[in-house]
Design a protein around this ligand. Sequence first.
Ligand code: HEC
Ligand code: HEC
Length: 356
Amino acid sequence: MKFILLAALVCGQTLTNGAQAQSDKEIKEALSALQALPKKVPTPADNPQSVVKVELGKALYFDPRLSKDGTISCNSCHNVMSGGDDGRPVGVGIMGQRGGRGSPTVWNSAFNTVQFWDGRAATLEDQAKGPLTNPIEMGMESHDAVMARVKKIPGYGEMFKKAFPKDKEPVSIDNLARAIASFERTLVTPDSAFDLYKNGNKKALSPAAIRGMVLVHQVGCTSCHGGGNFNGEGFKMGEGNYQPFPQVPGSGYDKQYDLLSDKGRYEVTKKDEDKNLWRVPTWRNVALTAPYFHNGKVKTLDEAVRVMAKTQLDMELKDDQVSDVVAFLNSLTGKLPTIVAPKLPQLANESLTPEP
Ligand code: HEC
Ligand code: HEC
């Protein structure tokens, strides 16, 4: 990690001149280091996409009957009609219970090489099973209890059969997770202003966004937030880009925003060297997903940028630099697909919510 700090110090020299117009060379260099959103979504060989599977996954994703008291669905915390999150500091599950971390966006989560702030799930399939039985989130006693619920809803039986035609017992927790993951692989947001610019439309970015793009490249933000999803470059699926946060200890921010109590990756591995390591989150659509950081303590993108510059690169950005970076981050808001809430299959007895 030292090399990043060094890069920041060296570049810091040239940056003291403030927000000057960038030279063509600087723009070219930054642009060639950054990537557009890949056209192809990574998909595991044992779970190929199909229209019927995605449709099933979408229904399950929107179905609150998969929670203990029938009130919470995946979409409650990851609203795909907006930023793919819930706009809250931390997730709120059944009976108003609060978790300890913020809900990350599901937009483009298909490009994450690991899932969760601490990377504890390797795939979307693994991830999808967690919230169902998390006592704070959807609160079901067991995966068997979830499947018993699903089996009470005849429409689902048909949908599972169509989605997994070769399976003897298509209605299973693994297939439920596969279907949800397949739906999530459709939640991608291409054609942000940055992507259009990268692909040749020189009018797509404002001068401020271009200055911000050059700055994040020069100071080293993108050494962590690199690659097509701006959360790490060159990592394979199942392999996480874990970085310390805060990397530079002792800034007032540690206390102000309570950055040290949750130990991040350490909570999974219990290895000392993993204390306060976090998976690098995406910058795509970050303008839509306030509040920020694992604990949702930072309310605005401006402040998140200041905190990052100080805690990760030991730099203080000037106000015009912060607004340039924010202009660039805004240019990473993609085209959100229009999602219409599905009509859910009904229970046999026509009652919409099962007994808790
Ligand atoms: C009560 C709110 C809540 C519910 C309900 C919920 N989630 Fe989440 N989700 C979260 C939170 C909070 C995290 C981050 C937890 C962590 O990292 O420790 C998360 C993480 C994720 C991630 C990882 C994204 C990333 O960038 O790492 C995905 C994908 C996801 N949830 C999908 C789902 C699906 C699918 C369901 C339904 C089966 C679901 N969630 C239900 C709050 C919720
Ligand atoms: C050493 C690696 C590293 C560097 C360098 C870095 N970041 Fe981060 N960034 C992270 C990590 C890790 C997180 C997640 C921290 C957390 O919430 O636990 C993060 C989170 C963020 C977030 C909040 C995302 C969200 O959804 O809550 C923003 C915005 C951000 N970084 C912007 C920047 C900017 C701008 C720079 C350069 C000034 C930068 N980062 C430099 C690793 C880095």
